[in-house]
Design a binder for this molecule. Structure first.
Ligand code: CP
Ligand code: NVA
Length: 322
């Protein structure tokens, strides 16, 4: 059976190990460890990445990470391939599976990445759909672990829209037993099925899930505050949407309600002056660029885990994580 990553709970059982692996591999690689530098689990494989929307972080972190793991990265922009114009997703999946070791896909409708996975014979990784952004959540929780260490009694607050980034963040927090509080305006709540999945993980791991419309209630004494753009890619025509987010900007006054050791997180790109001020973005306690860098390390762990699990396990053993 082929393992895919369409939402972060697809790797719920191994999630903590995938993150610990990424943290330790990053440390070894940066100190020039020969075993880490010569870890090439994608050797001889080409990994293809289809993009229907623009990307800076996802594209560059996948391309560089794939190269560092010995693979070759092939970026397939939607307008340059037959997908959607003269070929179905299913046929595209079958053709690409004959050439590639894995396929990453950034699309609009989540159904499309599900359809690609259904027909692919190699792992499919969701590189952002309207509903999920699992690679982001892996990098986010890796960053939380690096900055906050022990995740017991940690509270992450979300202030913003209830779509892709929140969905995987809330699942990922609950999978690690981290409390999650989310403030979203009426009409922009996360999907019911994702909330139910999150609550089930939180119950099993002894953490809490709190929903509110009041951003201050969400951030009070929290350790992390996270926001995202109010207008997502493809929603640019929704010119009135921003009005619903009045009072949701993460600014100096909002973070003054948090624990003194607060961190600010954002998946980026940020619309400075809308969902976050420069004061918060550029503050010492903003960890947004560590998050961006960790996209690569977390995805390297995910790629090795999904595409060459034996090599991932051997490296896990070498790093003393077994
Ligand atoms: N956070 C994120 O996915 O960024 P890009 O859109 O630049 O890939
Ligand atoms: N919610 C945003 C995330 C960008 C990384 C979007 O979908 O555009």
């Amino acid at each position: 059976m082929v393992n895919h990553l369409l939402a972060i709970d697809d790797v719920s059982e191994d999630f903590e190990d995938i993150l610990k692996w990424a943290i330790e591999f990053k440390r070894l690689w940066k100190q020039g460890d020969e075993v880490a530098l010569n870890f090439l689990p994608l050797d001889t494989l080409a990994i293809g990445s289809i993009y229907e929307k623009p990307s800076t972080r996802t594209r560059v972190s996948f391309e560089v990470g794939i190269q560092r793991l010995g693979g070759s990265a092939l970026t397939l922009l939607k307008n340059d391939i037959q997908l959607g114009t003269s070929e179905t997703i299913g046929d595209t999946a079958q053709v690409l599976s004959r050439f590639l070791g894995a396929i990453t896909y950034r699309c609009f409708a989540h159904d499309d990445v599900e359809a690609l996975a259904e027909h692919a014979e190699v792992p499919v990784i969701n590189a952002l759909s309207a509903k999920h952004h699992p690679c982001q959540a892996a990098a986010d929780l890796m960053t939380v672990m690096e900055h906050h260490g022990d995740t017991d009694d940690l509270t992450v607050a979300w202030v913003g829209d209830g779509n892709n980034v929140l969905h995987d963040l809330m699942l990922a927090c609950a999978m690690l037993g981290i409390n999650i509080r989310y403030a979203v305006p009426e009409g922009y709540e996360p999907a019911d099925d994702v909330v139910k999945r999150t609550e089930a993980f939180a119950d099993a791991n002894g953490s809490t899930v709190v929903r509110t419309k009041d951003p201050i209630e969400a951030v009070k004494d929290a350790h992390v505050v996270y926001t995202d753009v109010f207008i997502s890619m493809g929603e640019e025509h929704l010119t009135d949407k921003i009005k619903a987010f009045d009072g949701y900007q993460v600014n100096e006054a909002m973070v003054s309600h948090m624990d003194d050791a607060w961190s600010f997180m954002h998946c980026l790109p940020a619309h400075r002056g809308d969902e976050v001020t420069d004061w918060v973005m550029d503050h010492d306690q903003s960890i947004v660029f560590d998050q961006a860098e960790n996209r690569m390390w977390a995805q390297m762990s995910l790629l090795a885990f999904l595409v060459n699990n034996g090599a991932w396990m051997a490296m896990k053993d070498f790093m003393g994580l077994i």
